[in-house]
Ligand binder design. Structure first.
Ligand SMILES: *[C@@H]1O[C@H](CO)[C@@H](O)[C@H](O)[C@H]1NC(C)=O
Ligand SMILES: *[C@@H]1O[C@H](CO)[C@@H](O)[C@H](O)[C@H]1NC(C)=O
Ligand SMILES: *[C@@H]1O[C@H](CO)[C@@H](O)[C@H](O)[C@H]1NC(C)=O
Ligand SMILES: *[C@@H]1O[C@H](CO)[C@@H](O)[C@H](O)[C@H]1NC(C)=O
Ligand SMILES: *[C@@H]1O[C@H](CO)[C@@H](O)[C@H](O)[C@H]1NC(C)=O
Ligand SMILES: *[C@@H]1O[C@H](CO)[C@@H](O)[C@H](O)[C@H]1NC(C)=O
Length: 195
């Protein structure tokens, strides 16, 4: 009997674990994918390696798109930032925190928002390739990208593969997974003892 109960609680553990991972937001939709492909074709035309997907940058892009969503479409580039400029978002640290990003790993990143009615794909791509943003796409120090959109806004974040721009959060991400795991483990042990 005890064996069966242990088996059941292990099953529960696996389920809880699955739910924790499934609950991670899935950060992609059509506009984002289309722009990602368009930007990578542009990179190829410049003989530069394609951007790889940076999930943390994608998470932050999603948070920023949420902030911009209700703003008027004018002056989208006012909200951009590049190395040497400060983000315009007063809650920037909070946004980093919700994506488990260490601020020290963002200083070389570039954030490029664009606002186009209905996110017309051709206009969106040319807003990146024919503007002051183009020089960042034509820069081999950027190796990764994260893209997210809300409403008429789309946000591209470029990352490097160095510690000053990879948007990693080594310090906070690992303990969070461990805590989730420990809670699940304790919960199922409790069930074994109660039954
Ligand atoms: C956009 O920029 C122009 C020129 O800098 C300024 O006059 C206008 O008020 C800005 N619009 C918004 C919504 O900030
Ligand atoms: C970022 O780097 C500074 C200077 O090296 C350090 O004092 C600070 O603790 C670091 N911040 C984080 C969140 O790791
Ligand atoms: C960017 O998009 C706007 C539409 O919102 C368009 O009027 C403008 O021409 C585009 N800019 C570039 C450089 O493609
Ligand atoms: C891209 O950068 C290279 C070298 O920095 C330069 O020669 C080239 O003209 C740039 N291409 C475009 C389209 O800006
Ligand atoms: C970083 O990217 C550059 C350019 O793609 C590559 O040459 C380099 O080997 C990469 N470094 C690491 C640590 O991945
Ligand atoms: C990002 O930088 C951190 C700090 O240097 C490093 O520990 C981590 O492995 C890097 N991650 C990637 C994907 O390059």
């Amino acid at each position: 009997m005890a064996f069966v109960k242990l088996g059941l609680s292990l099953l529960l553990l696996v389920l809880i674990h699955g739910v924790i991972f499934l609950s991670d937001p899935v950060l992609c939709d059509d506009e984002d994918d289309t722009l990602f492909q368009g930007i990578n074709s542009y990179r190829q035309s410049l003989n530069l390696p394609e951007f790889t997907e940076n999930d943390n940058a994608g998470c932050l892009a999603d948070e920023i798109a949420d902030q911009l969503e209700d703003l008027p479409c004018d002056n989208a580039s006012d909200y951009s930032f590049a190395p040497g400029t400060t983000p315009k978002f007063s809650n920037f640290n909070k946004l980093l925190h919700s994506c488990h990003i260490n601020v020290n790993n963002t200083v070389d990143g570039v954030l490029m928002p664009v606002c186009v009615p209905k996110l017309d794909p051709t206009l969106v791509l040319s807003n990146y390739t024919n503007s002051q943003y183009a020089k960042y796409l034509n820069d081999s120090s950027y190796t990764g990208a994260g893209i997210a959109s809300e409403d008429d806004w789309i946000v591209v974040i470029l990352s490097t593969n160095t510690s000053t721009g990879n948007f990693s959060g080594v310090a906070s991400l690992v303990p969070n997974i461990m805590v989730n795991y420990m809670v699940a483990l304790l919960f199922s042990l409790l069930l074994v003892f109660l039954s």
